[in-house]
Design a protein around this ligand. Structure first.
Ligand SMILES: Cc1cc2nc3c(=O)[nH]c(=O)nc-3n(C[C@H](O)[C@H](O)[C@H](O)COP(=O)(O)O)c2cc1C
Length: 203
């Protein structure tokens, strides 16, 4: 059995290409037991002062209220820790991640829990997992004049890598803003790459 955490985040709900391809992909993983974290249907609150104060209070010194302030974060981190495979689906929103996904990242990036600062610098603690990113964009950013505007792919690789999720494969669904034909082509290419990745993972 492979524990798969499927995180979907597009504000386009059921119309989301990234969510659709990611769902198909997760099911293709051999022996997958899928836990879905649908951030679009069930958005998380922004982290706030109570969260930050609790997170930076040593565990042994936390009050019951501070433990409560971290309860959701603890749950989301437990989902990640239990996962052998993390699948993150996101559409580009205003050149970056959907705010729902940013809120999730803010809840799961916890000093001393998912990363720590050691003698040789920061160390990610979510190790030994495979990560797949399924990313949809209206424009094309993998090459060309708009590449510097891509704050989605580099950001996700950076922050997830910081947490220890360094073994990452990415499937792009690019250029869907260019009409139905371009969208169909992007989806066919993405589904084909996703199927190959699922096969390679099983091998
Ligand atoms: C509110 C909003 C903002 C968007 N901003 C961008 C953008 O900055 N750059 C871009 O290339 N596409 C942008 N798009 C297009 C989406 O990236 C595209 O629709 C993609 O398919 C969304 O992912 P999804 O299909 O998983 O929902 C935006 C779409 C929406 C709805």
């Amino acid at each position: 059995m492979t524990n798969v955490l499927l995180v979907t985040s597009s504000p386009r709900g059921g119309a989301s290409y990234s969510a659709q391809v990611a769902q198909e992909f997760a099911k293709e993983i051999e022996g997958a037991k899928i836990t879905v974290r649908d951030l679009s249907a069930h958005p998380l609150p922004h982290i706030a002062a109570d969260f930050v104060q609790a997170a930076y209070t040593p565990d042994a010194d936390r009050s019951p209220a501070q433990r409560q302030a971290l309860a959701l974060s603890d749950k989301l981190i437990a989902e990640l820790q239990a996962a052998d495979v993390v699948v993150v689906a996101a559409g580009m929103i205003n050149f970056g991640v959907p705010s729902t996904l940013k809120a999730w990242i803010d809840h799961v990036a916890r000093a001393g829990v998912t990363f720590r600062y050691g003698p040789s610098g920061p160390e990610g603690l979510l190790t030994g997992k495979k990560t797949f990113l399924l990313l949809a964009t209206g424009g094309v950013y993998s090459s060309g004049a708009y590449a510097p505007y891509d704050h989605l792919t580099p950001y996700l690789n950076g922050v997830l890598g910081f947490l220890g999720l360094t073994d990452v494969e990415t499937v792009l669904i690019e250029g869907v803003g260019a009409g139905p034909e371009a969208t169909e082509k992007a989806l066919v290419g993405a589904r084909s790459k996703a199927a190959s990745l699922a096969t390679a993972f099983a091998a």
